[in-house]
Structures are given as structure tokens and as C-alpha cells.
Design a binder for this molecule. Structure first.
Ligand SMILES: *[C@@H]1O[C@H](CO)[C@@H](O)[C@H](O)[C@H]1NC(C)=O
Ligand SMILES: *[C@@H]1O[C@H](CO)[C@@H](O)[C@H](O)[C@H]1NC(C)=O
Ligand SMILES: *[C@@H]1O[C@H](CO)[C@@H](O)[C@H](O)[C@H]1NC(C)=O
Ligand SMILES: *[C@@H]1O[C@H](CO)[C@@H](O)[C@H](O)[C@H]1NC(C)=O
Ligand SMILES: *[C@@H]1O[C@H](CO)[C@@H](O)[C@H](O)[C@H]1NC(C)=O
Ligand SMILES: *[C@@H]1O[C@H](CO)[C@@H](O)[C@H](O)[C@H]1NC(C)=O
Ligand SMILES: *[C@@H]1O[C@H](CO)[C@@H](O)[C@H](O)[C@H]1NC(C)=O
Ligand SMILES: *[C@@H]1O[C@H](CO)[C@@H](O)[C@H](O)[C@H]1NC(C)=O
Ligand SMILES: *[C@@H]1O[C@H](CO)[C@@H](O)[C@H](O)[C@H]1NC(C)=O
Ligand SMILES: *[C@@H]1O[C@H](CO)[C@@H](O)[C@H](O)[C@H]1NC(C)=O
Ligand SMILES: *[C@@H]1O[C@H](CO)[C@@H](O)[C@H](O)[C@H]1NC(C)=O
Length: 419
């Protein structure tokens, strides 16, 4: 199978020169002290052709950081704790803007080639998100407002991120942009409100597990994401993507989109294989939402404002997607296609096309009876959608409903056609 070959190919490629004279080994300096300099010094010394070890413990990180890794290995046994100084990070001078889509900000960027970062299930990132989430209950949130992505891979080639945990991300947990041949094996993200004042509310929107953009050949295996938003969000120009053994706890489910936000750019999503996905509803006091299983979304055909917050009118297609072995636990909507992101009355229909989508072996429960809702655009019909073994239970006494609007050549299920 492709995934295994990919992993082996990468494992072979990362012939990390652990043979470098001596590894750079650091430990946290301790309470009240700033670890940023010693971390950057270690990476500067051993990040090309070397081996860096961050021993267990908490590293106090007080400013933006790029790790440029070439033929290198990093054992991140400890946790990089980004100081929760909200006003500092919201100042655009204090983050990177390498993620083009929606002009999102990053406080930690990994770039380079032929590297491995292994966090050994003991290390990763402490995002200290709780004060951020509290703050943004009264301050409006907007895409591109500067809330930082916790871990950004940018222009990375042949990299592996392993056994990594990101706790309390203020915003997106991960983003991969302009990268090729990257494997994430073992990723935990946990955006859980613990402030009793907000019990029962989703105060962690935008804590997506990952957004993929302008990247090819990405493998995500063994993920566990607790979020108030998209578990995985596959955005424009993500190709040859594999996701396996992904557990999504709460939030919106797995998204393809939103696509077509930029009228001047074509969003291509092609060859995506996902298997062994679980969407599970959690304690509603922590996270009340468990919206979708897997859903597809595009902006409509009119341009309403400009990105990062507005947009629409973009073209492109999502093609050749397989979604296999999916277990749902009390989701609101097992699967949907919607093409009206941010739509206004009288807008033009979307010109973005979804095609060649394959659903195999779905089970579990939906809280509503609309198990499949394909609301495709009159200007770009969805085509070639197959269902095999789609067996999702609906509430007792109800009958599953499958709606197809502007969807052609749907096989394996009987659609109720809606015009
Ligand atoms: C982090 O370092 C700053 C100094 O730059 C210090 O003021 C702060 O107390 C440190 N934080 C922790 C948790 O040690
Ligand atoms: C960002 O840095 C520039 C150049 O140093 C400076 O002119 C600007 O005032 C800074 N912006 C903020 C918000 O601090
Ligand atoms: C996420 O964090 C919350 C709060 O710390 C904790 O109760 C929960 O067990 C964590 N979830 C997972 C899956 O580890
Ligand atoms: C699936 O991923 C979880 C981590 O989220 C891991 O504990 C488990 O061992 C993985 N299962 C398989 C079959 O690899
Ligand atoms: C597309 O439009 C965005 C603004 O919406 C602009 O920032 C970007 O440079 C444009 N890209 C191209 C390739 O024209
Ligand atoms: C996607 O790639 C195509 C070329 O293959 C390019 O025309 C388009 O602008 C790219 N879109 C984005 C969002 O970068
Ligand atoms: C469709 O995607 C799968 C991966 O899921 C890939 O193996 C296959 O080659 C792709 N089909 C085409 C026609 O590109
Ligand atoms: C996915 O789950 C199936 C059924 O449990 C199992 O046979 C298969 O090995 C799993 N695939 C991966 C990549 O873990
Ligand atoms: C269908 O999916 C379930 C849940 O992942 C799995 O246990 C079962 O083995 C799958 N069936 C087949 C035929 O792969
Ligand atoms: C209908 O879908 C099947 C399976 O994806 C495909 O082989 C066939 O070419 C499609 N037919 C039309 C008319 O699009
Ligand atoms: C679907 O659920 C709605 C309420 O949410 C109900 O009015 C309708 O009768 C149900 N349809 C079927 C076929 O069970």
C-alpha cells in the first residue's frame, strides 16, 4: 500500500547524521528563566547534519522561533511553552506570516529537508490557550487577526514529526504549507476549556487539528484531536494526502475546505485517502459540538469582501477522495457537501466542483435523520459519488434521508432528488 511505501521511503531518506561529532543536549533552565536563546543556539549548532536533544521538562519560549533543519534529528522530550502574553503575540511584528491563506500568523515554524522531530509522547508544545480562549470570549475573532498557529511546517521537504503533543492551542494546532513528503506519525492536540465560567460553551473555535495548504504527499497517522473546530481541514492545493487512524473528539469533524475563497486562485484537492476515522462526541460541559463526520465546503460564486475574512468566487475541484472505515458517535450530520460559505441572498452559485468521492464502510450513530446531504452547486454539479456499506443509525423511529441536489451519478444509495 502507498502509505507504507511512503513511510519507508521517508524513513530511508532521513538518514540523519546522528554520527555528527556530539549532539547538542539541553535541559530547561528553570522557573522564571527564558529558554528561547538556548533552544535557538542548539538548533543553530546542530540543526544542519546534527542531532539535538531537548531533555524532559518545560521550556519557556518568549518569542517567535524558526527551526531550519537539514539532515537533522531533534529529540524533543520536553515541552515548548509559549508565554501567554496575548498582546505581545497579536502584534504582527512578533509572529511570522508564512501561511498565505487567510494571512494566518505562526509563532513556531519548522522548515528544511530530511529531518525528524520526535517528541517521544512526552514532549511537544504547551500553547497555554486558556487565557487566549477567555480573552476571545469578549473580543471578536477574525481570520488573520494574528492568533498564532502552534506548529507550522513551511517549505519542508522529507520531514517526519513523531509522537508529538500540542496542549491548549490558542488557534490552529497545526498547519502545513508549501511542503512535500511529510509524515506526521502520532499527533495529539487538545483544546479543552477548563474554566468553569464557560462550561457547556464552545469557547475554542478555530482550534483546527491541522490545515493543509499548497502541499503534496502528506501522511497523517495516529492522530487524536480534541477541538472546537475542524479536526482536519484539507485546503487548496493539497494533493496525495493520506490520513489513517484519526480520532476526532468534539468539534466540526473532518473538512475539505473551505475552498474557493480566493477568486484569483484555483484550489485543487486531489488523491486523498482516509481510513479508520472516528468522530466521537465528548462531555458537553467541555465541548458541546460534534458537528459532522466528513464534510465538503466551498464559497459561493460571488465575491463578498476580500480575504482573509471575506472572499468567494474561486474555482477548482476536489477529486478522487476515499473515506473508508468511518465510525461516528452521535454526530449531527454524517456527511454533507455545501457550496454556500458566507453566501448572501442573490449570490451567484459556486463554480467549485466536487467529484469522484467514495464512501466505504461507515457505521455508528447520527443525532439527525439526514445522513447524507449533498447540496451541490447548480453551476458545478457534483459527479461520481459512490457509497458502499454506508450504515449509519438515526434516532429511533426515524428513517435515514439521503438528499442529492445537483449531484449526478451517485451510486450505492437511493437519493431523494432536490431541485
Ligand atoms: C519566562 O521568561 C520570562 C523572561 O523573559 C519571565 O519573565 C517569565 O517569568 C518566564 N516564565 C516562566 C513560566 O518561567
Ligand atoms: C512593527 O515594526 C515596525 C518596524 O520596526 C514598526 O515601525 C512598527 O511600529 C511595529 N508595529 C507595532 C505594532 O509595534
Ligand atoms: C484534554 O484535556 C482535558 C483538560 O486537561 C482532559 O480532561 C482530557 O482528558 C484531555 N483529553 C485527552 C484525549 O487527553
Ligand atoms: C491509533 O492511534 C492512537 C493514537 O491516537 C494509538 O494509540 C493507537 O495505537 C493507534 N492504533 C493503531 C492500530 O495503530
Ligand atoms: C490573489 O489575491 C490575493 C488577495 O485576495 C492577493 O494577496 C494575491 O497576491 C493574489 N495572488 C495572485 C497570484 O494574483
Ligand atoms: C494551485 O496550483 C495551480 C497550478 O497547478 C495554480 O494555478 C493555483 O494558483 C494554485 N492554487 C493555490 C491556492 O495556490
Ligand atoms: C486516487 O487516489 C488514490 C489514493 O487514494 C491513488 O492511489 C490513485 O492512484 C488515485 N487515482 C488516480 C486516477 O489518480
Ligand atoms: C484500519 O482498520 C482495519 C479494520 O480494523 C484494519 O484491518 C487496518 O489494518 C487498519 N489500517 C491501518 C492503516 O491501521
Ligand atoms: C469496517 O469498519 C469497522 C470500523 O472501523 C472495522 O472494524 C471493520 O473491520 C471494517 N470492515 C471491513 C470489511 O473492513
Ligand atoms: C459514473 O460513476 C462511475 C463510478 O465512479 C464511473 O465509472 C462512470 O464513468 C460515471 N459515469 C458517468 C456518466 O459519469
Ligand atoms: C426526520 O427528522 C425530522 C425532525 O428532525 C422529522 O420531522 C422527520 O419526520 C424525520 N423524517 C424521517 C423520514 O424520519
Amino acid at each position: 500500500m502507498l502509505p507504507i511505501l511512503l513511510l519507508l521511503a521517508l524513513a530511508g531518506a532521513v538518514s540523519v547524521s546522528a554520527a555528527a561529532p556530539s549532539p547538542c543536549i539541553i535541559s530547561p533552565l528553570g522557573a522564571g528563566l527564558d529558554d528561547t536563546d538556548q533552544v535557538l543556539t542548539a538548533i543553530a549548532k546542530c540543526g544542519h547534519g546534527g542531532h539535538t536533544v531537548l531533555e524532559e521538562g518545560v521550556y519557556n519560549i518568549t518569542r517567535k522561533m524558526t527551526w531550519d533543519l537539514v539532515d537533522a534529528k531533534v529529540d524533543l522530550r520536553g515541552s515548548l511553552s509559549f508565554v501567554p502574553d496575548i498582546q505581545f503575540w497579536l502584534n504582527a511584528n512578533n509572529t511570522y506570516r508564512v501561511v498565505f491563506i487567510q494571512s494566518q500568523a505562526s509563532w513556531f515554524v519548522i522548515t528544511g529537508s530530511d529531518f525528524e522531530v520526535d517528541a517521544h509522547d512526552t514532549g511537544g508544545i504547551q500553547g497555554n490557550g486558556q487565557p487566549w480562549w477567555n480573552f476571545f470570549t469578549t473580543t471578536p475573532r477574525a481570520d488573520g487577526d494574528g492568533r498564532p498557529i502552534s506548529l507550522t511546517l513551511f517549505q519542508a521537504r522529507r520531514g517526519i514529526i513523531r509522537n508529538f503533543a500540542i496542549d491548549a492551542p490558542p488557534f490552529w494546532c497545526n498547519c502545513i504549507a508549501e511542503s512535500q513528503n511529510v509524515v506526521y506519525d502520532g499527533m495529539k492536540c487538545n483544546a479543552s476549556n477548563t474554566n468553569p465560567m464557560f462550561a457547556g460553551q464552545n469557547i475554542v473555535p478555530n482550534t483546527d487539528g491541522i490545515d493543509t495548504y499548497r502541499s503534496d504527499n502528506i501522511m497523517m497517522a495516529n492522530w487524536d484531536i480534541t477541538s472546537g473546530d475542524d479536526c482536519l481541514a484539507i485546503k487548496g492545493n493539497s494533493t496525495n494526502v493520506v490520513a489513517q487512524n484519526i480520532t476526532c473528539r468534539g468539534g466540526n469533524g473532518i473538512a475539505f475546505g473551505s475552498l474557493g475563497q480566493y477568486a484569483n486562485l484555483t484550489d485543487i484537492v486531489e488523491n486523498v485517502f482516509m481510513e479508520n476515522l472516528t468522530m466521537t462526541r465528548i462531555d458537553p460541559a467541555v465541548q458541546p459540538n460534534m458537528g459532522n463526520g466528513v464534510y465538503f465546503k466551498s464559497w459561493d460564486g460571488s465575491i463578498n469582501g476580500a480575504p482573509p475574512t471575506g472572499g468567494g468566487g474561486g474555482a477548482g475541484f476536489t477529486k478522487n477522495v476515499t473515506l473508508k472505515n468511518v465510525v461516528l458517535d452521535r454526530v449531527n450530520r454524517p456527511t454533507t457537501i455545501t457550496q454556500t460559505n458566507d453566501a448572501k441572498t442573490g449570490d451567484l452559485p459556486s463554480i467549485y466542483k466536487f467529484e469522484d468521492l467514495h464512501y466505504e464502510n461507515w457505521s455508528g450513530t447520527s443525532l439527525t435523520n439526514l445522513t447524507v446531504d449533498l447540496a451541490c452547486s447548480s453551476a458545478a454539479h457534483c459527479t461520481d459519488i459512490t457509497f458502499s456499506g454506508f450504515d449509519v443509525s438515526v434516532p429511533e423511529g426515524q428513517t435515514p434521508q439521503i438528499i442529492c441536489q445537483n449531484a449526478e451519478n451517485v451510486s450505492g444509495e437511493t437519493c431523494v432528488l432536490v431541485s
